[in-house]
Design a protein around this ligand. Structure first.
Ligand SMILES: CC(C)(COP(=O)(O)OP(=O)(O)OC[C@H]1O[C@@H](n2cnc3c(N)ncnc32)[C@H](O)[C@@H]1OP(=O)(O)O)[C@@H](O)C(=O)NCCC(=O)NCCS
Length: 183
């Protein structure tokens, strides 16, 4: 099933979250750096609410975030995938990403987000995806740029100034008509 797909990249496996990921996700969300540019570290209860939200989207047949597994050690090192947001009166699908700081600056978020972008367009046929990024979050802006997103506008999201990066699915170029061979 496409919604429950597992994505493979050279260094990562992106798989659907499971109930038994709570310990790993709670440990990540307790980390201040992992939670940068958000609401600060989360308690286990808050992480459980997040995990429940991710799982319920999947159960409802909606795109949701993937657990990011580092092939080198099989550790769950973060998430990357689809978040459902309401931005300036529109329903949007965001590609969101967070990784444990031990894994930053190795191109891993870009590797994950690129696979998620391709899945969005090639398999799920989403018309567009966005990323909501705090203007000071240079690393996240770079990831968005590296996967081909363009800065679309600034907005206030949940009371905080954000940049909206976006990319739309390329329209399929129709194949040229078959040569008729009739002269
Ligand atoms: C944003 C985040 C996922 C990026 O992960 P990552 O695996 O380090 O990303 P990549 O290595 O693929 O790319 C990071 C890019 O930012 C650049 N970068 C990182 N910190 C930077 C800084 N302080 N100034 C300038 N560039 C910086 C890196 O050089 C790299 O760009 P390059 O390839 O052009 O050299 C990670 O930093 C993170 O989890 N941060 C906390 C959570 C977060 O902010 N999530 C995004 C919310 S919108």
């Amino acid at each position: 099933m496409l919604i429950r797909a597992e994505l493979q990249t050279p260094r990562l496996i992106l798989r659907p979250f499971r109930k038994d990921d709570l310990d790993a996700l709670a440990a990540l969300m307790a980390n201040t750096d992992f939670m940068r540019f958000s609401l600060g570290p989360y308690s286990r209860e808050q992480a459980q609410t997040v995990l429940q939200k991710f799982l319920s989207w999947g159960e409802a047949g909606l795109p949701s975030p993937f657990a990011v597994i580092f092939r080198g050690n099989n550790a769950l090192i973060g998430y990357c995938g689809f978040l459902h947001q309401h931005v300036d009166g529109m329903d949007e699908i965001e590609i969101g990403y967070r990784l444990h700081p031990d894994y930053w600056n190795r191109g891993l978020a870009t590797e994950a987000a690129r696979a998620v972008r391709d899945h969005a367009f090639h398999n799920l046929k989403l018309p567009r995806v966005i990323s909501l990024i705090h203007p000071s979050n240079i690393a996240s802006r770079r990831v968005a740029e590296k996967i081909g997103m363009k800065l679309e506008k600034e907005t206030v999201f949940r009371g905080i100034q954000h940049l909206v990066f976006a990319i739309a699915r390329e329209p399929r170029v129709p194949s040229p008509p078959e040569a008729s061979g009739a002269g």
